[in-house]
Design a protein around this ligand. Structure first.
Ligand SMILES: NC(=O)C1=CN([C@@H]2O[C@H](COP(=O)(O)OP(=O)(O)OC[C@H]3O[C@@H](n4cnc5c(N)ncnc54)[C@H](OP(=O)(O)O)[C@@H]3O)[C@@H](O)[C@H]2O)C=CC1
Ligand SMILES: O=C(CO)[C@H](O)[C@H](O)COP(=O)(O)O
Ligand SMILES: [Zn+2]
Length: 341
């Protein structure tokens, strides 16, 4: 079967290519329904990922956050029309110690292989996580981003010391919103604190116990552990501020992505005996935990729906470009493409 794949060929230019999908394999064929745009996609789309990297990776179909409907399962185990989350990471080896999201041999969609902007996705069965009925598919389209926060928090739980009375999240964007929400659900008795740049965005965090702008922190401010969800040029300021205010022996989860090297106050990391842990992407288990979260916390799923910033119907290639352009000017929340192409 001939599949249409919509690939970024140069910054801000997307073209269709035609590729064969064989139906005589074990792979399941999924039709994307909703696709969400990540900051990482925007770095490729706008060309800020860097000329050398673009030269190596383009042409490439973007996006790694999507839900779809099963179109064809050669075994018949998955019914046609079943709603599924597609896990964007494809492992090629197993390691007893290192998760597939940290193995260089794995291929992550829209970074090392084509992403979800395709008419159909031929995907390994173990890369599909079935969604229960009555989940808002527009919200579920950014399950991958939710799974990244889930993954970071699960690593925090294994590593950070047990005093978890005050946990701070830096970054009042999409990832910060999700991390703050999951932390509040997991630690209802702890004080979950959000630190952002503008009051308007902090107002969305109604479930946080405390909210501050980063230039207005109380003098005696302190917390046990922190999550950095800022990324980009400001991640250095954020991590250094966390280092200033965190209690000794605290744990800092680094989740934001920066293209440039970030100078850090390592002297104070030493003096306070801090643990800094980087986390990226996620694996199947994290997606399963996301689905469990939707089921166990229907009010949490409602809060996640508030992160749907705009939904754009995509019927032709130009609509994909429109969605990416509009996303660049989106003040709050995720841009979701309703995939009707
Ligand atoms: N590790 C991983 O696997 C993943 C990492 N990411 C990365 O996480 C980062 C955040 O993503 P996302 O939430 O979607 O992006 P957003 O742009 O939505 O969020 C970043 C937020 O940080 C705020 N901010 C900027 N400077 C500071 C500061 N000094 N202190 C506190 N907050 C600040 C911004 O405010 P304002 O808008 O007002 O500037 C913005 O609200 C990105 O780098 C992204 O690439 C995303 C997905 C997965
Ligand atoms: O968004 C992400 C995961 O959800 C990561 O930021 C993304 O995987 C980084 O990829 P790249 O190295 O291609 O920029
Ligand atoms: Zn992403």
């Amino acid at each position: 079967m001939i599949n249409q794949v919509y690939k970024l060929v140069a910054p801000r230019r997307i073209e269709v290519s035609y590729e064969d999908i064989s139906l005589n394999t074990d792979k399941v064929i999924v039709r994307p329904k909703f696709i969400s745009i990540c900051k990482a996609d925007q770095r490729y789309y706008t060309g800020t990922r860097g000329e050398e990297i673009l030269k190596k990776k383009l042409p490439m179909a973007l996006t790694h956050e999507s839900v779809g409907e099963v179109s064809y399962d050669p075994t018949g185990a998955l019914k046609r029309g079943q709603a599924v989350i597609m896990v964007p990471n494809t492992p090629y080896e197993k390691d007893e110690l290192i998760g597939a999201n940290y193995l260089p041999s794995s291929k992550f969609r829209s970074s090392a292989s084509d992403g979800f902007t395709q008419d159909y996705i031929a995907i390994n069965r173990d890369r599909l996580v079935v969604l229960p009925d009555e989940i808002d598919l527009r919200m579920a389209s950014f399950s991958e981003l939710i799974s990244v926060a889930m993954h970071g928090i699960s690593r925090f739980e294994k590593t950070a010391h047990a005093r978890r009375n005050r946990i701070a999240v830096w970054g009042n964007g999409s990832l910060g919103y999700i991390a703050t929400l999951i932390l509040k659900k997991k630690y209802p008795d702890a004080n979950i604190i959000i630190v952002g740049r503008t009051q308007q965005k902090l107002d969305y965090f109604s479930f946080a116990d405390e909210a501050y702008t980063s230039n207005d922190l109380p003098a005696d401010f302190s917390f046990d552990h922190a999550f950095e969800c800022v990324g980009g040029n400001n991640s250095g300021d954020a991590v250094n501020q966390i280092i200033d205010y965190i209690n000794p022996l605290g744990y800092i989860s680094l989740l934001g992505v920066s293209e440039d090297l970030v100078p850090l106050n390592t002297r104070m990391v030493l003096e306070k005996g801090l643990t800094l842990q980087g986390s990226t992407r996620s694996e199947r288990e994290d997606f399963e935990n996301v689905v469990a979260f939707f089921v166990e916390h229907p009010d949490g799923a409602d809060e996640l729906q508030r992160l749907i910033g705009q939904v754009i119907k995509v019927r032709k290639t130009e609509d994909i470009i429109q969605a990416f352009e509009k996303d660049l000017n989106q003040y709050w929340g995720k841009t979701v493409m309703e995939w009707q192409i």
